[in-house]
Design a protein around this ligand. Structure first.
Ligand SMILES: *Cc1c(COP(=O)(O)O)cnc(C)c1O
Length: 421
């Protein structure tokens, strides 16, 4: 099946007389005929359902759909994108371990990596996305367990060289985890380029309608966890009556451990109703993405031509330093998100934002409606000036998320706001 078809049909195939649409299974628990049967499910929780903190049929349908879109073997939904990033790391790192990430990532992820995980004894080593292979090699410590990056960074809009980082990661026997939120699997499938795990904030394009937050972790099933670096995968889990994940679950060891151990203990599974809404968004994802890309490029070109604008970051523009990387990793378009710097810094950025009428000023991105945000005073206000620069954020930076209104109406709105500066 192609993506358009998977968006509509993967994850749920009704049998004779069953509901056409994925039903909302609004139940916390599942009934068994005997204690013996419940015990058997506890022995192998993948056999059937136990409790809706571990799994729920509505959520599972969405998990299967997203896994199919990414080309992975299985997925696990979480209650937010932040929860997905957190669990993707905690599944491999414990106190005393480290991991590598580029600083060109979402502001919330920087908080998690640089501040919160540090308090729990997990160190994040930041390596620039443009670093050469030797620099990435040098950043490795004996306790480094993974590399993390964002395919198309929010809001820096740098394009991550997946093959470069995957190669280095695999030379050290560690996996590459990609946050693929902005491209979605419709524009880029990181597993095709060597990534091992993918995470998403489904809150963005996947949901697409700004109705509910969510996240997901997808496992490619390709990484060899028996390589010696991951004893938690290959030695008995005391908290799960001695389960050895690689022996019992083979290629699915990572994603099943994430569910049986971390979801059990941290409890950030989405509600069935949230998954139902996410599924409605996913149904049109493959037909929405090309339109976002078309609109994104049109507005990026308009901004680039304006003398009020200092620079535009949109890797679909020929002038963009990441244009070549985008041609490789995002050949069908670079989404509807554009970052640009207006001349005159913070004050003019605010004037531009406040002069928009159609685009709404809000903390969101990748919505069906055009929206706009000023990272330096909103999402990234906790960062120092130094961290802002490392994350690619200038005080005059505006993050513009083009929606699916008529492109002429969006252009008119942007032009009016530029004229007001
Ligand atoms: C929004 C976002 C997140 C966090 O997701 P939430 O659903 O808001 O928790 C993570 N990564 C990227 C790239 C994002 O844009």
């Amino acid at each position: 099946m192609k993506d358009e078809t998977k968006c509509l049909h993967a994850g749920y195939t009704p049998k004779n007389s069953e509901p056409r649409v994925v039903p909302i299974v609004q139940s916390t628990t599942y009934v068994y005929d005997s204690t013996r049967e419940v015990a058997a499910v506890f022995d192998d929780p993948t056999r059937s359902l136990i409790y809706s903190r571990f799994a729920n049929p509505t959520v599972m349908a969405v998990e299967e759909k997203i896994a199919a879109l990414e080309g992975g073997i299985a997925a696990m939904c979480t209650s937010s994108g932040q929860a997905a990033s957190l669990l993707s790391i905690l599944n491999l790192c414990r106190a005393g371990d480290s991991f590598i990430s580029t600083p060109q990532i979402y502001g919330g992820t920087i908080n998690l990596f640089a501040f919160t995980l540090k308090k729990y004894g997990i160190e994040c080593i930041f390596v620039d996305a443009y670093a050469d292979e030797e620099t990435i090699h040098k950043a490795f410590k004996p306790n480094t367990r993974l590399i993390f990056g964002e395919t198309l960074a929010n809001p820096a809009l740098t394009v991550f060289d997946i093959e470069k980082f995957a190669k280095v990661a695999h030379e050290h026997n560690v996996p590459l985890i990609m946050d693929n939120t902005f491209p979605t699997p419709v524009l880029c499938k990181p597993f095709d380029f060597g990534a091992d795990i993918v995470v998403h904030s489904t809150t963005k394009y996947m949901d697409g309608h700004a109705v509910q937050g969510g996240g997901v972790i997808v496992d490619s099933g390709k990484f060899d966890w028996t390589c010696g670096n991951f004893p938690e995968m290959t030695e008995p889990d005391e908290s799960y009556h001695g389960t050895i994940y690689t022996e019992m679950y083979g290629k699915a060891a990572y994603i099943i451990k994430a569910r049986m151990q971390l979801m059990r203990d941290f409890g950030c599974y989405p509600a069935a109703h949230s998954a139902f809404l996410l599924n409605l968004g996913l149904e049109t994802l493959a037909i929405r993405m090309p339109q976002y890309c078309k609109h994104g490029l049109a507005i990026a070109e308009l901004l680039e031509a304006s003398e009020k604008v200092e620079r535009v970051k949109y890797p679909g523009l020929k002038s963009d330093p990441d244009y070549e990387l985008a041609q490789k990793y995002l050949p069908n378009g670079c989404s509807g998100v554009i970052s640009f710097v207006v001349k005159g810094g913070r004050a003019n950025a605010e004037k531009f934002m406040d002069s928009l009428k159609l685009a709404s000023n809000e903390v969101h991105v990748a919505d069906i409606r055009t929206c706009v945000l000023h990272p330096a005073s909103e999402t990234h206000r906790q960062l120092t000036e130094e961290q802002l620069v490392a994350a690619g954020i200038n005080p005059g930076l505006v993050r513009f998320s083009v929606g699916l209104e008529d492109i002429d109406d969006i252009k008119e709105d942007v032009q009016r706001a530029l004229d007001a500066i």
